[in-house]
Ligand binder design. Structure first.
Ligand code: TYM
Length: 379
């Protein structure tokens, strides 16, 4: 039986998991069988190398589950290498990162008989539609986006109109959300499964879709819904005030799908928690580190936050909680890591998968771009 502190924990958990103000354009993904028939689901990931626990629980795991359980819908998942070009890397590094990204996705269980998997740069229609949409996007809309500010290492209150900010911000980083909107709209996507950090970009995408439809008096682009998993925001293990991210210089802040059991154990043991004793509670404000671990458990076990809080009460101390989290992650990733190593050794196979994916994606993209050009008078 739960005592009063865990009752409070459950109440808090309920508060955090029931976002009553969720607008209809954002859907919390608690079940995977409630996707409407014949949906067109699209998402992408940047090839910054291997994928981490945040990518996996916030996006890739849901890509796998959705594409495995909705046979009437179409699923297109891409490696956003044009987006990755916004932060320069030596060519050999970018090339290797692209292989690592595709191998990670396949190792995570994406089945190419159920989804299209391809590189964005192999489908030139992305860049072409991106230009049309960039021309329709105001500088003010882009200026309000928060991600370019962190990518350009600017404060969240900074503005592109500031001379110093303008000088040090590349146009590609600033215009990135228009390319992202083009990615989604090119396939006339209806649903986009992503982590919470992409919500603002998807709002812009819907605004551009509306603007395009209104400007040309058509009903061509559907307004794509954001699909958020329950574990939509996995936080840094070392600093649970910010999201888990590949670009974090602190290695121990981020667990990769391909980490060895020893690495996983060591990173989780070092995770920042708190010194509060007694019952476990989900309280992102007072207990951000512990709540992050509970969120990770919930993402891995598919149990709700309330169920997870109740199920960990038997764990005696912080070490016990961390050992449990490590064990779950190690179990989830052990076969994936092995497969990843094998896939990376077989680049011919990876090339073959990407080529097939490119052809399938291009078929849809070129047909749709042809229609779009006709709508805007460029056919
Ligand atoms: P990227 O590569 O940063 O992340 C890929 C996916 O992982 C999710 N994610 C997280 N989810 C939960 N917790 C975290 N700590 C975490 N970190 C990352 C992201 O939300 C994302 O779903 N701009 C995109 C790529 C992109 C895209 C698109 C996505 C390009 N075009 C079109 C959707 C549709 C990006 O940089 O994701």
């Amino acid at each position: 039986m739960l005592c009063s502190r865990s009752t409070r924990a459950v109440a808090l958990a309920r508060r955090y998991s029931n976002v009553s103000s969720t607008p209809s354009t954002i859907q919390e993904l608690d079940r995977y069988d409630n996707l409407p028939q014949n949906s067109r689901v699209f998402s992408m990931i940047q090839p910054t190398g291997r994928i981490h626990l945040g990518n996996y629980l916030g996006a890739v795991k849901s890509w796998r589950t959705l594409s495995n359980s909705n046979p009437t819908s179409r699923f297109i998942f891409g490696i956003a290498d044009l987006h990755a070009f916004t932060s320069f890397k030596p060519a050999s590094e970018l090339k290797e990162n692209r292989y690592q990204a595709i191998a990670s996705l396949l190792a995570s269980g994406l089945d190419t008989s159920k989804c299209i998997l391809y590189f964005q740069s192999a489908v030139p229609e992305h860049s072409e539609l991106s230009w049309f949409l960039t021309c329709m996007t105001s500088m003010g809309q882009l200026n309000r986006m928060t991600q370019w500010k962190s990518k350009a290492q600017q404060s969240q209150t900074s503005s592109i109109t500031d001379e110093k900010v303008m000088e040090s911000t590349k146009a590609g980083v600033f215009c990135y959300p228009a390319l992202q909107a083009a990615d989604i709209l090119l396939y006339r996507s209806t649903h986009v499964p992503v982590g919470d950090d992409q919500s603002q970009h998807l709002e812009l995408c819907r605004n551009l879709a509306k603007l395009f439809n209104n400007t040309y008096g058509v009903d061509y682009f559907p307004l794509p819904k954001t699909l958020l998993t329950p574990a939509k925001k996995i936080l840094s293990l070392k600093n649970p005030e910010k999201k888990m991210s590949k670009s974090d210089p602190v290695q121990a802040s981020c667990v990769y799908v391909t980490d060895s059991p020893e690495q996983i154990q060591s990173k989780i043991r070092k995770a920042t928690t708190d010194s509060i004793q007694g019952d476990w509670s989900f309280d992102p404000v007072e207990r951000p580190g512990v709540s992050n671990l509970i969120n990770i458990i919930s993402g891995l076990t598919n149990e709700s936050i309330e169920e997870t809080v109740a199920s960990v009460q038997h764990l005696k101390d912080h070490k016990g909680l961390k050992d449990y989290v490590s064990e779950l992650i190690i179990n989830e990733f052990s076969d994936k890591r092995q497969l990843y190593d094998e896939l990376l050794k077989n680049k011919d196979y990876l090339d073959h998968v990407c080529k097939e994916g490119r052809d399938s994606a291009r078929e849809v993209a070129s047909k749709n771009l042809g229609e779009i050009k006709s709508i805007v008078g460029m056919d």
